[in-house]
Design a binder for this molecule. Structure first.
Ligand code: NAD
Length: 484
C-alpha cells in the first residue's frame, strides 16, 4: 500500500479547494488498526450554503449552457481519467474501507464505467411529442431538477458517488455532495479529476462533514431541488422528512435482508461459492448482501454442511493480504455485529461455522470472522434485521409457497436470488418477490451499472443505475402550443 502521510483535505466549492467557514477537521480512521491516517474538513451549514449557491450559479452560467453532447464528453473524459488513476484510487479506497485490494480495484473500474455509461447516455434521453387536438403541438420536455444533493455512505464510497453524481450531471443538474465522514478520500480524488476533465466550476461541489451537521444542512437547504440518499433506513426517514418540508423529491437507497432461495433441484455446486461470496464480500457491509439463506428442507442438511466447510475456509485480513474480506468499518459497526453474534449464540441458535482471522493482524483493527448460523428461527432477530456484518442465517423451507412467504417476510425488499433448474418456477417466484432486483442462478452483477437498482418497503424507493436513474434525475414540462 502507498505510504500516505497525515494529509488534510479541503472542501470543493465552485471549482476551488477551500477550508470550512468554521475551520475544524475530522480524523479518518484506518479500520485495520483503529489509527487516524488523514483528516477531512469538518464542513457545516455555511459551507453547504456556499456550495448550493455555487451550484445554482453554475446552472445560471457555463454549466447550464453546456450542450448534452458536451456534458457527455466531459463525463467520458472523467471516466478515462479515473481508469488512468486506477491503482492510486484502488489503494485509497481499500485503505479507507479496509476491503481487499482486488475489491478496491473492481470498485474503481465500476466507478469509471458509471462515467462512461452516463457520459454516453447524456444526449440520449429525449422528450416526447404527444398527438393532441387539431391545431396543437404538445412537447414533453425532460429537464434537470436543478441543484441536486447527494448523501453517500461509507461501504462503496467511489461507486456510490459515481452512480448518483454521474447520472445527475449527465442530464444537466449541478451537484452538491456530502460524502461519508467514515470513508470519502476516493470521492475527493475523483472530484479533483472532474476539474481536469473540464467540468465547469460549481457544477460539482463536495462538502465533507458530519451527517447531523453538513448532511442535515444539505437536506434542509431551500436551494436544493432533489436529494439522492444512500444509507440507513433511520437517516433515510429524516432525509425524506426534510425533503417533504421543502416539497422536493428524493430517492432513498437503504438497507436489506436479502434472501437467497435454494430449491432442491438447483445446481448446488454453482450455488455454494456464490452464496458465500454474497455475504462475505466486504465483510457483509453491502446493502444487497445475501444475508438470509432459505434452503428447501430435503437438501438443507447436506447443503448447509457443505456451506459450513466453505465458511471455515474464509479468511479475514488487510487489503494487501487480499483475502476473502477485511475488517468492519468502525468500532460501532464491529461492536454491533459482535453483540448480535453473542446474543444469537446465547439464545441457542446453532453457530455452524466461523472463518478465521489471518495471522499477525493489528489488535486495534475491527476484525470479525464470517459466521454461519442455522437453522435460525424465522422470527429471530438474526433472520429479520440487517446486521451489516459477515453473518449468514440459514433457514429451511418446505415448498415454493413457503419460500415466497418467507422471502417476503422481512421489512426489507432490496434484492433476492432464486436457485432452481425449473424455468417456470424461476418466473413464478421472481414475479412474487417483493424487491427491486431478482437474480436467477446467480447473485449480484459486479457494479451492475446498466441495471436499475433500488428497493421496496424499508429498503427505500426510487431507482439508481441504468437508464432509469436518468428519469429520476429529471423532471418533465409539458408545453402545449396552439397554432391554429
Ligand atoms: P448513515 O445513514 O448513518 O449515514 C449515511 C450518510 O448519511 C453519511 O454520509 C452520513 O454522514 C449521512 N447522515 C447521517 N445523519 C444524517 C442526517 N441527520 N441528515 C443527513 N445526512 C445524514 O449510515 P452509516 O452510519 O453510514 O451506516 C449505518 C447503517 O446504514 C448500516 O449499518 C447499514 O444498515 C446502513 N447502510 C446502508 C447502505 C446501503 O447502501 N443501503 C450503505 C451504508 C450503510
Amino acid at each position: 500500500m502507498t505510504n500516505m502521510k497525515l494529509e488534510s483535505h479541503a472542501l470543493l466549492i465552485d471549482g476551488k479547494w477551500l477550508q470550512p467557514a468554521k475551520g475544524g477537521s475530522i480524523p479518518m480512521i484506518d479500520p485495520c488498526n483503529g489509527q487516524p491516517f488523514a483528516y477531512i474538513a469538518d464542513g457545516g451549514a455555511e459551507d453547504i450554503d456556499r456550495a448550493v449557491r455555487a451550484a445554482q450559479a453554475a446552472l445560471d452560467g457555463a454549466w447550464g449552457k453546456t450542450p448534452a453532447s458536451e456534458r457527455g464528453r466531459i463525463l467520458q473524459r472523467w471516466g478515462r481519467l479515473i481508469e488512468q488513476h486506477l491503482e492510486e484510487l484502488a489503494q485509497i479506497e481499500s485503505r479507507d474501507t479496509g476491503k481487499p485490494i482486488a475489491a478496491g480495484r473492481a470498485d474503481i473500474l465500476a466507478t469509471a464505467r458509471y462515467f462512461e455509461f452516463y457520459g454516453g447516455a447524456a444526449d440520449k434521453l429525449h422528450g416526447q411529442v404527444i398527438p393532441f387536438l387539431d391545431g396543437y403541438t404538445v412537447n414533453v420536455l425532460r429537464e434537470p431538477h436543478g441543484v441536486t444533493g447527494h448523501i453517500i455512505p461509507w461501504n462503496y464510497p467511489a461507486q456510490q458517488y459515481a452512480r448518483t453524481v454521474a447520472a445527475a450531471l449527465a442530464v444537466g443538474n449541478a451537484a452538491v455532495v456530502k460524502p461519508s465522514e467514515d470513508a470519502c478520500l476516493s470521492t475527493l480524488k475523483i472530484s479533483e479529476l472532474a476539474l481536469e476533465a473540464g467540468l465547469p466550476a460549481g457544477a460539482l461541489n463536495v462538502v465533507t462533514g458530519l451527517g447531523e451537521t453538513a448532511g442535515a444542512a444539505l437536506t434542509a437547504h431551500p436551494g436544493v431541488n432533489f436529494i439522492s440518499f444512500t444509507g440507513s433506513p433511520e437517516v433515510g426517514q429524516l432525509v425524506q422528512q426534510a425533503a417533504a418540508r421543502n416539497h422536493i423529491a428524493c430517492t432513498l437507497e437503504l438497507g436489506g435482508k436479502s434472501p437467497q432461495i435454494v430449491f432442491a433441484d438447483a445446481d448446488l455446486d454453482k450455488a455454494l461459492p456464490v452464496v458465500v461470496k454474497a455475504i462475505v464480500q466486504h465483510a457483509g457491509q453491502t446493502c444487497s448482501a445475501g444475508s438470509r439463506l432459505l434452503v428447501q428442507q430435503e437438501i438443507y442438511d447436506d447443503f448447509v454442511a457443505r456451506l459450513a466447510d466453505l465458511f471455515r475456509k474464509t479468511r479475514v485480513g488487510t487489503p494487501e493480504m487480499n483475502l476473502d474480506c477485511g475488517p468492519l468499518m468502525n468500532a460501532t459497526q464491529r461492536d454491533k455485529v459482535v453483540a448480535f453474534v453473542k446474543r444469537a449464540v446465547d439464545s441457542g441458535v446453532p453457530l455452524l461455522a466461523q472463518g478465521a482471522l489471518a495471522e499477525g493482524l493489528h489488535s486495534g483493527g475491527y476484525w470479525v470472522p464470517p459466521a454461519l448460523f442455522g437453522p435460525v428461527p424465522r422470527n429471530h432477530a438474526l433472520a429479520c434485521e440487517e446486521l451489516f456484518g459477515p453473518v449468514l442465517s440459514a433457514i429451511p423451507f418446505k415448498d415454493e409457497a413457503d419460500a415466497i412467504e418467507l422471502a417476503n417476510s422481512t421489512e426489507y425488499g432490496l434484492v433476492a436470488a432464486v436457485w432452481t433448474a425449473n424455468g417456470a418456477r424461476q418466473q413464478r417466484v421472481s414475479k412474487q418477490l417483493r424487491c427491486g432486483q431478482v437474480f436467477i442462478n446467480c447473485y449480484g452483477a459486479g457494479g451492475g451499472v446498466e441495471l436499475p437498482f433500488g428497493g421496496m418497503k424499508k429498503s427505500g424507493h426510487g431507482r439508481e443505475k441504468g437508464f432509469l436513474a436518468l428519469e429520476h434525475m429529471t423532471t418533465t414540462k409539458t408545453v402545449v402550443n396552439f397554432h391554429g
